[in-house]
Design a protein around this ligand. Structure first.
Ligand SMILES: Cc1cc2nc3c(=O)[nH]c(=O)nc-3n(C[C@H](O)[C@H](O)[C@H](O)COP(=O)(O)OP(=O)(O)OC[C@H]3O[C@@H](n4cnc5c(N)ncnc54)[C@H](O)[C@@H]3O)c2cc1C
Length: 198
C-alpha cells in the first residue's frame, strides 16, 4: 500500500525507516514483527529494536557515520498473525492520518492469546509501540471485550495533533477503530497459520 508504482519500484524499506516520518507505513508493521535494526559504522555494529530507532520527526538514533545495514525479522512462531491498517482520505498515494499495526500469537487451541503487540503511526512525534495494549491481551481468550479493552489502551497512549489531515479527536477515534480491525485481522491470520502448522 506504500506509495504508487514509482515508489514501490525504487524506494526501500530501510529508506522508509530512516526517513523517520511519524506517519511512515512500514514502521508500525516492522515493530509488531519484532524487527531489529543492524546499524553499522566501518568498524563496529550495534542492534536496536525498530521501536527505539526513531527519536523525533525525521530524526533517528543513527550517529555520525552510521548507516542502517540490514533489518532482521525473526521467523514467525506457530500461531502468529499480523496486520497493518491505515486511514487515508484518498484510495492511495496519501500520508496516513492514522496507521495501526497489530500482531498476535495464539495458543494451540486458537482461542487464547499468548503474545500481542500494537504499534501506532501518525499519532505521536514518532511511531510508537503501545506495550500495555499488547500485554492486556496476553492470557485472554479471543473476544470482542478483550480486543475493545486493548483498543482503549491504545487510544489512551496516542498523543495526536490536529492538522490539515484531521483533528486530534478524529485521530484518537481512528486509533480505536483501526486497532480493533487490525487485531481482528491479525487473529484471523493467526488462526489460519495455526491450522496450516497443525
Ligand atoms: C509520491 C510519494 C508517495 C509516498 N507514499 C508513501 C506512503 O504511502 N507511505 C509511506 O510510508 N511513505 C510514503 N512516501 C515516502 C516514501 O515511501 C519514503 O520516503 C521512501 O520509503 C523512502 O525510501 P528510499 O529508499 O527512497 O529512501 P531515501 O529517500 O533514499 O532516504 C530517506 C532518508 O533516509 C536516509 N537513508 C536511506 N537509507 C539509509 C540507510 N540504509 N542508512 C542510513 N540512512 C539511510 C537517506 O539519507 C534519507 O535521509 C511517499 C513518497 C512519495 C514521493
Amino acid at each position: 500500500m506504500i506509495g504508487g508504482v514509482q515508489i514501490q519500484g525504487r524506494a526501500s524499506l530501510g529508506g522508509n525507516l530512516c526517513n523517520a516520518s511519524p506517519a511512515a507505513d512500514s514502521i508500525p508493521a516492522l515493530i509488531v514483527h519484532h524487527a531489529i535494526c543492524d546499524i553499522a559504522l566501518p568498524q563496529t555494529r550495534r542492534r536496536v529494536p525498530v521501536e527505539e530507532f526513531c527519536i523525533a520527526p525525521g530524526k533517528t538514533v543513527l550517529g555520525r557515520g552510521e548507516f542502517l545495514a540490514s533489518l532482521h525479522l525473526p521467523p514467525p512462531p506457530p500461531g502468529f498473525g499480523a496486520a497493518y491498517l491505515r486511514f487515508i482520505p484518498r484510495n492511495e498515494m496519501d500520508i496516513a492520518v492514522v496507521g495501526v499495526g497489530a500482531s498476535v500469537q495464539l495458543d494451540e487451541s486458537r482461542r487464547r492469546i499468548i503474545a500481542a503487540r500494537i504499534a501506532l503511526g501518525a499519532v505521536a512525534p514518532t511511531p510508537i509501540l503501545v506495550s500495555a495494549a499488547g500485554e492486556a491481551l496476553v492470557g485472554a481468550d479471543v473476544s470482542e471485550a478483550a480486543i475493545a479493552r486493548a483498543a482503549q489502551i491504545a487510544q489512551a497512549a496516542a498523543r495526536p495533533i490536529s492538522d490539515m489531515r484531521g483533528t486530534a479527536e478524529f485521530r484518537r477515534h481512528l486509533v480505536g477503530v483501526l486497532t480493533q480491525r487490525a487485531l481482528n485481522k491479525a487473529i484471523e491470520r493467526a488462526s489460519r497459520q495455526t491450522e496450516q502448522a497443525a
